[in-house]
Design a binder for this molecule. Structure first.
Ligand code: ADP
Ligand code: MG
Length: 291
């Protein structure tokens, strides 16, 4: 491309600078000189210059928007699908996860369940999909089940339960992490049910759990509330089971009890038998591999 002169001269340039200030486009203003030099040297056309100028500003704004939305949504540890090693989890269908990253399930107000042993990547995948949702302009809120339940209980004590429920219904995607690590506090199952019921068919959720659905009675303090929860949470649902072992402990597999190295959480397995009286023999005790 041959070198171009900047027609219009200093008066036009002054006006452009004032426009960029007036339009609150600081990044474009900053980039202006460099872009003009490139036009003069014949490196870019007028069209490419406009493209570069607007692109600089938009990139800055998008970066800021995403950063603010991640903070608001409490997606404080950024995990990505690019950073997920699918070869470590052969049971996981990469194409299926990539299809979920198109986020149609969010727009259809569905529930996505990630089930698997501790450390198998449930939170990583939930966060990564949350980040994708934020990037595409969808609203997201991330929390553990324990934090959601305690915030609902606090709101109930303070007479602001309706407001809290409304707040948790606002995001297009609500991520509820760590179902099953601890039983919920008394009354917590009912409070969580109110939230699930309020979001039912209105907003999407991602839930992560290290327990099969048949164990939800233990988690939520009763089979009645667990059944009511599962009725809503499995109606329009996608269940992804990760059968592999912990990524955290991948270099220490030999230290782990044999049966926790790679095991699936059966969504419908009966609850593990609780033995009373005589302590179980060691081999039997190992079968209970809850954290
Ligand atoms: P879970 O929620 O199932 O207990 P996490 O998602 O928290 O497990 O994973 C534990 C740690 O290992 C996190 O730091 C996560 O980023 C990492 N991790 C898990 N699985 C993978 C994987 N397949 N590829 C890369 N990192 C992984
Ligand atoms: Mg987790």
């Amino acid at each position: 491309m041959s070198a171009a002169s900047l027609e219009g001269g200093p008066a036009s340039l002054d006006r452009i600078r004032r426009y960029l200030v007036g339009l609150k486009m600081p990044r474009a203003l900053e980039a202006l000189e460099h872009i003009l030099r490139r036009i003069e040297r014949g490196e870019i056309s007028a069209l490419e210059a406009i493209d570069a100028l607007l692109g600089e500003e938009l990139t800055l704004r998008e970066g800021r928007r995403v950063k603010a939305a991640l903070k608001m949504g409490r997606l404080l540890t950024v995990k990505t699908l690019a950073g997920f090693d699918f070869s470590f989890q052969p049971s996981l269908d990469r194409d299926r996860i990539m299809a979920l990253a198109e986020l149609d399930f969010v727009d259809r107000h569905e529930v996505l369940h990630f089930l698997g042993q501790p450390g198998c990547g449930k939170t990583h995948l939930a966060l990564a999909l949350g980040v994708e949702a934020v990037k595409t302009g969808r609203s997201v809120y991330f929390s553990t089940l324990a934090d959601i339940v305690s915030s609902l209980a606090k709101a109930e004590r303070e007479g602001s339960l309706r407001e809290r429920l409304r707040f948790l219904c606002r995001p297009q995607l609500l991520i509820v992490d760590e179902i099953g690590y601890l039983p919920v506090i008394p009354g917590g199952g009912n409070l969580f049910f109110q939230l699930v019921n309020a979001r039912y068919e209105r907003g999407a959720m991602i839930l992560t759990s290290n327990r099969g659905f048949s164990e939800w009675g233990d988690v939520f303090g009763g089979t009645v509330v667990a059944t009511a929860l599962l009725d809503r949470l499995l109606h329009h649902a996608v269940v992804v089971q990760i059968e592999g072992a912990s990524y955290r402990l991948r270099r220490h597999a030999e230290l782990m009890p044999e049966n926790t190295r790679a095991r699936s959480i059966s969504p419908s397995a009966p609850p593990p038998a609780r033995r009373r009286g005589r302590p179980p023999k060691e081999r039997e005790a190992n079968q209970d591999s809850n954290p």
